[in-house]
Design a protein around this ligand. Structure first.
Ligand SMILES: CC(C)(COP(=O)(O)OP(=O)(O)OC[C@H]1O[C@@H](n2cnc3c(N)ncnc32)[C@H](O)[C@@H]1OP(=O)(O)O)[C@@H](O)C(=O)NCCC(=O)NCCS
Length: 180
């Protein structure tokens, strides 16, 4: 499979392949209650946890396991959040977060549009999808605006450790080649 570009950009955001040096800035997000509430991983309490994740990004990119970018607003030198894409066979899935100070500006939609646009142009990708907690209304709105359809709910499917140890309902969103 062709690797995606290290940089993807539009009027609102620039996605830049992340580097280990980004971890300290991203710790503001990975340690935030608001950002991590619905995540499938526990909130980071020490920057070394974020550094540990980022130290593996280069190898995962090179192997094609996961493509991870930081999201920079087009008009400022700041890291607003992150977005990651995984391709397994003919399916691409993605996930993302933004620091709360960057919510409500259309930056997540701008970032997902770049990822979805790239995936649509790949002849081997037939399905683009994402999942989120059924109560994550902001993410549900972003996925709908990104052109993905709500396909259903996986009941009690995902543990969100920052909320509870009981698995929670997960909404599945997808877009298939027949509808590109
Ligand atoms: C999910 C998340 C990324 C959504 O961020 P967001 O900023 O609400 O997302 P969007 O980019 O879709 O922006 C939509 C908002 O920007 C506004 N907006 C402003 N300018 C805009 C533009 N040019 N284009 C589109 N929307 C624009 C919209 O009106 C909308 O505002 P509203 O929420 O007040 O209705 C963010 O809430 C987040 O990081 N949450 C925590 C992490 C998380 O849950 N990630 C998802 C895991 S599945």
């Amino acid at each position: 499979m062709k690797h995606p570009p290290a940089v993807l950009a539009n009027d609102l955001v620039r996605l830049r392949r992340s580097t280990a040096a980004d971890a300290r800035s991203v710790f503001d997000a990975t340690s935030s209650d608001a950002v991590t509430h619905f995540m499938e991983w526990s909130r980071h309490t020490d920057v070394s946890e974020t550094e540990g994740f980022f130290s593996g990004c280069a190898a995962r990119w090179d192997s094609g396991d996961e493509f991870h970018w930081v999201i920079e607003p087009a008009n400022e030198r700041a890291i607003a959040g992150c977005i990651a894409l995984r391709v397994r066979g003919s399916t691409a899935d993605f996930g993302y977060f933004l620091l709360p100070m960057f919510w409500g500006k259309g930056l997540a939609l701008a970032a997902t549009s770049l990822i979805v646009g790239w995936a649509k142009r790949q002849p081997n990708i037939f399905r683009i999808c994402a999942t989120t907690d059924t109560e994550n209304t902001r993410s549900i709105a972003t996925l709908g605006r990104s052109g993905l359809a709500h396909e259903g709910t996986l009941r009690m499917a995902t543990i969100r450790p920052n909320i509870s140890t009981t698995p929670r309902d997960t909404a599945v969103f997808g877009l298939c080649r027949d509808d590109f």
